[in-house]
Design a protein around this ligand. Structure first.
Ligand code: NAP
Length: 270
């Protein structure tokens, strides 16, 4: 089997990467960063997002696994002291794969009818502007829903629902529900502008289309990557046809992760 390892780049993560790489090569696995079947991320959820981004064009043939070198993550379930056990699992056991939905974002531009940009997000996309507020005509399934004015919108996947979406008051969605969630970032509500004010969860067959009404320049983030765009005509969001594949050698129940990350009290050293 061909594998690659993406490290957060700190000393500890780099050491674990080097150790795992050597162990796996000793087990006759092939280190191949071009077309790996297994991508191991070593670091935190942020590192996992980077590993996903690097191999986003190879999702059909690539499965991901996360080792955390800090706190428990949503995408990282193995700890650094379980490396030997994990290496043996990888070398000896065929892996079981769990698939989660992704968000598809298509940006269309007004200066070139033919030009569009398609991107996938594992956590979310956020649309903001450098100064002032964004004003969008929000369409859902081809029908006008509302005119949004505010700091921006966050459109997240179920697995990203525990990230930025949660901080915005969005709900936590189990990743077996193929859906996307739209959450408001500081909407302006007055007699002119009125928004729904609560998060919206769209099923797989519903598309959300945002049409800018004032400015056409935006700061759009895809997970941890932020880019600026001008001449934006529309931004379309829906559940992607592609899915991300996670390697599982043991159960990693979503609600346990939610509990352990947000509810279970962690004892701090005084
Ligand atoms: P960062 O600002 O360095 O870290 C963001 C935090 O979000 C980290 O603690 C990260 O965990 C955690 N995280 C990432 N994905 C998560 C998930 N699916 N569920 C729960 N927590 C998650 O940024 P980054 O490391 O480059 O990650 C980019 C992500 O930051 C974005 O996708 C967005 O979701 C999130 N973000 C959150 C807020 C907020 O909560 N107010 C604001 C902006 C962006 P690790 O420490 O394990 O890496």
């Amino acid at each position: 089997m061909k594998f690659a390892i993406v490290s957060r780049g700190d000393e500890r993560s780099d050491k674990i990467k080097a150790k795992m790489k050597q162990y796996l090569i000793d087990f006759d696995l092939l280190y191949d960063t071009e077309t790996p079947e297994l991508v191991i991320s070593v670091g935190g959820d942020g590192t996992f997002l980077e590993a996903f981004r690097r191999y986003v064009d190879k999702l059909d043939t690539t499965a991901f696994l996360g080792v955390h070198t800090g706190h428990l993550g949503f995408y990282t379930d193995w700890t650094s002291d379980e490396i030997e056990k994990l290496v043996i699992e990888i070398a000896k056991t065929p892996f079981h794969v769990v698939e989660y939905p992704l968000l598809e974002v298509i940006i269309r531009f007004s200066n070139d009818e033919k030009k569009s940009l398609r991107s996938l997000a594992l956590n979310e996309t956020t649309i903001k502007t450098v100064e002032g507020s964004v004003v969008f005509d929000v369409q859902i399934r081809g029908e006008h829903f509302e005119t949004f004015r505010g700091d921006g919108l966050c459109i997240s996947t179920p697995s990203g629902s525990t990230a930025y979406n949660k901080a915005l008051g969005g709900g936590i969605i189990h990743p077996s529900l193929e859906s996307i969630q739209i959450t408001e970032i500081a909407s302006i509500n007055n007699r002119v502008f009125r928004t729904i004010g609560s998060p919206l969860i769209l099923p797989k067959h519903h598309t959300c289309l945002l049409r800018p009404l004032r400015k056409d320049s935006f700061i759009i983030a895809f997970d941890h990557i932020t880019r600026s765009f001008t001449n934006v005509k529309s931004i379309q969001c829906r559940v992607a046809k592609e899915r991300v594949r996670f390697v599982r050698y043991r159960p990693f129940p979503f609600w346990n992760r939610v509990r352990d990350s947000f509810v279970t009290e962690v004892k701090r050293d005084e």
